[in-house]
Design a protein around this ligand. Structure first.
Ligand code: HAM
Length: 402
């Protein structure tokens, strides 16, 4: 027997109803904020992710589903959505056109990680990317939108924010951090490597000994330039104004290299070790880095599988019809009726004649609102029997009336 690959899974009803509900809810809210759907290919050139997510990141360094295709191209399954959206933004020449563009997307992402609860090799994200707006109020709006999504889904969260500075303050801070790191002895192998490739990633090392060594590390929030400092204060003031609880985590650096200024993560305490349910931030230099015209940008993505156990689903409402035949003679009429009624509503049926009791049982199990039956009596006088499964009211009506 052939099974799905490790870290990949099939989703079927009723799990899929939760998935669909998340997508529908987030889509509606994203549209209210002026975002429109974008779809980009699942397969992209490997170079796109090397240059955006960064060669020092675990995603590019260790986790890519990368291969050479039949034409000899170095390609990989997308590990995240931002890079593809930025590529499409530049390819459509939106960078040259100027103005703002706001997109949302959802779909599968692939990372060759060690599978565990909340961590899959094929998982799904819902994400948004906003281009052309440098105003920090856009950062706040993006966080407000995410808050609205989690509230609509009935999900509790805590929010951590940080500022990663800009080209004016980050390099200076980085040299200060490297000097501090050089003075330490006993950092883990990963940190020694990151010290050379992307030293700020050392700050979120999970190794307990490294954490202890880094207790007194210089922090970026204490070394921001005037503009970054002001923007970070404005962001916090807006979050306060809208009653959004947050904590500043000066060691929140995110696992992707493209961020600058605002970085944030929404975390749930109810799903175990893989607790990040959404993450994002500003990436003002990425468009230019991928050879587009410099364009400020910010976005986030949430991990749909991590949300699925947390969602409070609305109460199920009964919907549509179940139409059944009580005798073989009624089967042709039922078949015709079912297929004409499907133009306007959800209609379920059976190709076999059954007893009224059996039809009612199936109708009930499938959460339809009405059970309709046709038997010998109904056939002879051109009627149908119909029961409202909510109000329990039942009656016979002329077929034309139905
Ligand atoms: P990320 O933090 O790598 O950011 O992923 C976003 C979310 O995807 C995480 O918070 C988590 O919920 C989910 N996720 C990540 N890896 C897995 C996995 N292996 N299994 C299940 N869920 C997972 C990004 O991907 C950025 N592109 C977000 C962004 C958009 N930044 C700016 N714009």
């Amino acid at each position: 027997m052939i099974n799905a690959l490790r870290g990949m899974k099939d989703t079927l009803s009723p799990e899929n109803e939760v998935y669909e509900y998340i997508i529908k809810t987030c889509t509606r809210i994203a549209q209210n904020y002026g975002f429109t759907l974008i779809e980009t290919p699942i397969l992209e050139e490997t170079a796109l992710f090397k240059r955006s997510v960064g060669e020092s990141s675990d995603i590019v360094g260790k986790e890519m589903y990368q291969f050479t295709d039949k034409g000899g191209n170095d390609v990989c399954l997308r590990p995240e959505g931002t890079a593809g959206v930025v590529r499409a933004f530049i390819q459509q020449k939106y960078d040259k056109a100027g103005g703002t563009k706001r997109f949302f997307y959802h779909g599968p992402m692939f990372r060759y990680e060690r599978p565990q609860k909340g961590r899959l090799r094929q998982f799904h994200q819902f994400g948004v990317e906003s281009f052309g707006e440098a105003d920090v109020r856009e950062d706040a709006t993006i966080i407000l939108m995410l808050k609205a999504m989690f509230e609509a889904l009935g999900i509790k969260y805590s929010l951590e924010i940080n500022s990663l500075g800009c080209p004016a303050c980050m390099p200076h801070y980085r040299s200060q951090l490297v000097r501090f790191l050089d003075s330490l002895e006993g950092l883990c192998e990963d940190c020694e490597r990151r010290k050379l490739t992307n030293p700020i990633r050392v700050l979120d090392c999970k190794n307990e000994h490294c954490k202890m060594l880094l207790a007194d590390a210089p922090l970026i929030v204490e070394n921001l330039c005037v503009t970054c400092k002001e923007d970070f204060s404005t962001l916090k003031a807006i979050l306060d104004q809208f009653d959004i609880q947050y904590s500043v985590n000066p060691k929140l650096v995110r696992g992707l290299d493209y961020y600058s200024k605002t970085a944030f993560e929404f975390v749930s305490s109810e799903i175990g070790a893989q607790s990040a349910i959404a993450g994002g931030g500003r990436y003002d230099r990425l468009v230019e880095f991928l050879e587009g015209k410099a364009t400020p940008a910010i976005g986030f993505a949430m991990g749909i599988e991590r949300l699925m156990d947390l969602v409070k689903m609305p109460e199920k409402t009964r919907e549509g019809y179940y139409i059944g035949a009580l005798c073989d003679e009624a089967l042709p009429q039922v078949y015709t009726l079912v297929n004409s009624k499907r133009h306007e509503a959800k209609v379920l049926s059976s190709y076999e004649a059954k007893s009224l009791k059996n039809h009612l049982k199936i109708a009930d199990k499938n959460d339809v609102k009405y059970c309709v039956c046709i038997g010998e009596d109904e056939l002879s006088c051109g009627k149908i029997w119909i029961k409202d499964l909510e109000s329990k009211e039942e009656k016979s009506i002329a077929i034309e009336e139905f």
